[in-house]
Design a protein around this ligand. Structure first.
Ligand code: HEC
Length: 157
């Protein structure tokens, strides 16, 4: 009887262990990416893009009409913080901490997937770990308008 109980508990332990291991393996594979915050806030956290955005791809990438509308929207809505040249030094950027992102940073923009950009522009920065004044544009702009903005941002680096 003792022996049986022992075998049973080993068996259960193995099941739990394999569940834990497969759980880790099937998680989103982004543990190695760390959130990017545009100045020295000291915040380090794993980057977890919400599932509803993560795998989205810009259907308007490189489209000249989309880039033109995106550029218009950028100068109307974003340049006061992110700067006319996209370097994050617009007139309203002074005193912001964290500072607006620099879209001319080639390395960073390469790391920023379409899904990441769609998420950050839609949901803004009013949550952990960002806690920034980046506006949540998802309630003000359509997804198409945000893709147009992203098409324009991709021309900046
Ligand atoms: C009130 C100032 C402000 C305005 C206006 C603003 N942003 Fe931001 N934005 C920020 C700040 C500050 C950050 C950096 C902190 C963060 O990541 O939340 C940021 C970050 C971002 C990021 C993340 C970039 C990265 O590399 O992680 C994107 C994308 C972005 N903004 C796009 C836009 C777009 C597009 C607009 C216009 C539709 C816009 N922002 C308007 C302040 C602003």
């Amino acid at each position: 009887m003792k022996q049986q109980q022992y075998t049973l508990s080993i068996f259960i332990l193995l099941i739990i262990l394999s569940l834990v291991l497969t759980g880790c393996a099937s998680s989103d594979g982004e543990e190695d990416r760390v959130v990017y915050i545009s100045n020295e806030t000291g915040v380090e956290a794993p980057l977890v893009i919400p599932a509803e955005y993560r795998d989205k791809v810009n259907p308007l990438a490189g489209d000249p009409a989309a880039i033109a509308s995106g550029s218009e929207a950028y100068f109307a809505l974003c340049s006061q913080c992110h700067g006319e040249d996209g370097r994050g030094e617009g007139p309203d950027a002074a005193g912001l901490n964290p500072r607006p992102a620099d879209f001319t940073d080639q390395e960073q923009m390469q790391e920023n997937t379409d899904g990441y950009l769609l998420w950050r522009i839609s949901d803004g920065g009013d949550f952990d770990p960002y806690n920034s004044l980046m506006t949540a544009w998802g309630t003000l702009l359509s997804e198409q308008e945000i893709w147009e903005l992203i098409s324009y941002l991709r021309t900046l680096p």
